[in-house]
Design a protein around this ligand. Structure first.
Ligand code: LMR
Length: 328
């Protein structure tokens, strides 16, 4: 398919060859799956490329491939190890094959706000999780947060029991699967680029995602409404190959990492505003948003609480306690 053709093309040209780059520049290809603009990840990737291309001109050349045009999230992790791309930012839910620790981030109702997420990812526990996959070849360069997730379906969802018998698209996450089952629904793992079509044709009845994804992918157009559950985090790991990172000249690497750190801080600081804007964009485009009463929301919290105990052993109680403490 298109993906393997792209991979072959990269291979044939050699990893360093690229049309927009000058001779002698280190080409840094960044592949992701979301909209190029108006989305926390799309905007952060653009910002990172702009700074690298300006400040490291002559030394480095970054190219961004948005919208799954180069790889989807499963393939991009293989592509990093093959050297076909150098950067990716899959959601933390997509690393199950490489570490079970990231199940932490998927626990339903773990973080009460994006501020709590910021506190945790800047803590020693949060930073420590960046390097847990180095034995399998990946180093996390930072967390790019996105938003809390909301449920949508082809019928109104006010209580978790409304999801009874419905099929939901999920990311490749066993925590998400357990969560859907706790609601009495069934879960189907699908690549992001297939979600709109699956909702439209009724292959699945519902999905869960950030306001930014629900708006930019137009999921709201093929759903009855979106229920504001804020039930789970969507955040990304900006990730590279450990071998690539360790192979960089120290001076190059320091300059690159300084830019990465600054862009990460700046991007995370504007995430909440982007999410709020995309929530409003859905309303302005005629989409329906269902707000829950405190009692209704508590029913969702209660239904999902049993999910935690299933994954405690994989994650570690200390880490769960540290993440919970960041809510205070
Ligand atoms: C999803 O698959 O729903 C998300 O991980 C997509 C993304 O990158 O936001």
């Amino acid at each position: 398919g298109a993906v393997s053709a792209a991979a072959l093309m990269l291979g044939a040209n050699g990893a360093m060859a690229s049309e927009g780059c000058d001779d002698g520049e280190m080409v840094i290809k960044f592949s992701h799956v979301v909209a190029a603009t108006g989305h926390p990840k799309g905007d952060a990737a653009t910002m990172l490329a702009a700074r690298v291309n300006k400040e490291m001109d002559g030394k480095a050349c970054m190219e961004v491939f948005p919208n799954s045009t180069l790889f989807d999230d499963d393939k991009v992790l293989e592509a990093l190890l093959l050297g076909d791309v150098q950067l990716a930012a899959p959601s933390l839910s997509k690393f199950e094959a490489y570490t079970l620790k990231y199940r932490l981030f998927d626990l339903p109702f773990l973080f009460s706000s994006l501020n709590a997420v910021d506190t945790f990812i800047q803590s020693d526990d949060g930073k420590g999780l960046l390097t847990v996959m180095e034995d399998v070849g990946y180093t996390g360069l930072g967390y790019w947060s996105s938003g809390l997730k909301q449920f949508s379906a082809n019928k109104p969802l006010l209580l978790p029991s409304d999801a009874n018998g419905l099929k939901f698209r999920i990311q490749t996450s066993d925590v998400a699967e357990a969560m859907i089952e706790a609601m009495g629904g069934s879960a189907q793992k699908l690549a992001f680029k297939e979600v709109y079509g699956a909702l439209q044709t009724g292959v699945v009845d519902g999905q869960e995602n950030s306001w930014s994804n629900i708006y930019t992918q137009k999921f709201f157009e093929v759903q009855d409404g979106v229920t504001e559950t804020n039930h789970q985090l969507l955040a990304y790991l900006l990730v590279t190959s450990t071998e690539w990172l360790n192979g960089l000249e120290p001076e190059f690497r320091d300059q690159f990492m300084k830019i990465v750190d600054e862009v990460t801080m700046e991007a995370n600081a504007s995430v909440a505003a982007t999410e709020t804007k995309n929530r409003q964009n859905i309303i302005d485009a005629g989409g329906k948003i269902v707000e829950l009463t405190p009692e209704q929301r508590q029913a969702w919290v209660n239904a999902m609480k049993p999910v935690w105990s299933k994954f405690e052993a994989d994650i570690g109680q200390d880490l769960i306690d540290a993440a919970v403490a960041s809510n205070n």
